[in-house]
Design a protein around this ligand. Structure first.
Ligand SMILES: Nc1ncnc2c1ncn2[C@@H]1O[C@H](COP(=O)(O)OP(=O)(O)OP(=O)(O)O)[C@@H](O)[C@H]1O
Ligand SMILES: N[C@@H](CCO)C(=O)O
Length: 303
């Protein structure tokens, strides 16, 4: 069989999930990006994967079949029913910090899913969400990473992930406060109870609905809209400094939440409050970010 090779470059945004009350449902894409160039050869002799990594995770991520982008590529090629590449080369340039609540795993998964689809000749990514959700285990980050902006994600009655995008009001100026320590999502999910009081579920349902309206039209309601009773306080033991900063910021009227599974703190509608955030978050990496409105970007030039 004749061998053929093709490359594709994929750029994926950071994402902040939950946004307070929207556990496993709401996601917001932010303008901080990872980029990966994937070259695949089909046919010919099989060779081990080659992975180079610059930036975040360069010292820690595996460079073999365990690499998350490689695993996502393999899972997607298998799901699409095509042949697996006989050779895979990845060049990763990472800006998203790992294990901080800014969707690094979602970005890696979406990159692998979308790259495999592109290398298979697909140019639309409607089914990519379901695949990425199956790998990640929850749809909120991967939805925002794929679509950009603010997303509401859910699973339909057959269990397939769905998502829709909502326009974000220009005053929703996100600021992230990133600590130097990591907390894995696996550990943070392990702290959650199997059941919650009905009153807490009801309170979150109301606030999550209000939050979609506040982010789209009424940023003045963000403080009330970001109150959560379903996940943040259960996770406090793994990230007491995060909880302390969220509490201090909220006491001053700022809509601060745990970003994703933590330990980063996200402040929504910060605007002129950024100087005060820097004062309260000394020792944290405080970064004002724009909302990313594009989502995943694929450069098909070389496919
Ligand atoms: N670009 C990447 N390349 C390879 N592996 C990655 C990459 N990004 C993340 N990972 C893997 O995912 C792990 C981090 O995932 P985890 O879900 O714990 O945190 P997160 O995705 O950064 O935060 P959150 O899910 O709360 O937003 C890393 O330790 C690493 O194993
Ligand atoms: N909804 C997820 C986001 C982090 O990946 C969680 O809070 O566990």
């Amino acid at each position: 069989m004749t061998a053929s090779a093709a490359s594709v470059r994929v750029r994926t945004p950071a994402t902040s999930a939950n946004l307070g009350p929207g556990f496993d449902a709401l996601g917001l894409a932010l303008d901080l990006h990872d980029e990966v160039e994937v070259t695949a050869r089909f046919g010919g002799r099989s060779t081990p994967v080659e992975v180079t990594v610059e930036g975040e995770g360069a010292a820690t991520v595996p460079r073999d079949e365990r690499h998350l982008v490689v695993r996502s590529l393999r899972a997607t090629f298998a799901e699409l029913g095509g042949e697996q590449p006989s050779a895979l080369t990845l060049r990763c340039r990472n800006a998203l910090p790992h294990g901080r609540g800014l969707g690094s795993s979602a970005a890696a998964i979406v990159a692998g899913v979308v790259a495999a689809r592109a290398l298979t000749g697909l140019t639309t990514h409607d089914d990519a969400l379901a695949t990425a959700d199956r790998i990640e285990g929850h749809p909120d980050n991967v939805a925002a990473c794929l679509l950009g902006g603010l997303t509401v994600a859910w699973r339909d009655d057959a269990g397939a992930a769905r998502a829709t995008r909502v326009d974000v009001h220009p005053d929703v100026a996100p600021v992230v406060c990133i600590p130097s320590f990591e907390v894995s999502t696996e550990k943070a999910r392990g702290l959650l109870p199997d059941t919650v009081p009905h009153a807490d579920a009801a309170a979150n349902a109301g606030r999550a609905a209000l939050l979609v309206h506040a982010l789209g039209h009424r940023p003045d309601l963000l403080l009330d809209a970001t109150a959560d009773r379903l996940h943040q306080h259960y996770r406090e033991p793994a990230m007491p400094a995060t909880f302390e900063l969220v509490t201090a910021l909220r006491a001053e009227g700022m809509a601060a939440v745990v970003s994703g599974a933590g330990p980063t703190v996200l402040v929504l509608g910060a605007g002129a409050g950024t100087a005060r955030i820097r004062e309260l978050a000394q020792g944290w990496d405080v970064r004002p970010l724009q909302v990313d409105t594009r989502g995943v970007v694929v450069d098909y030039a070389t496919v």
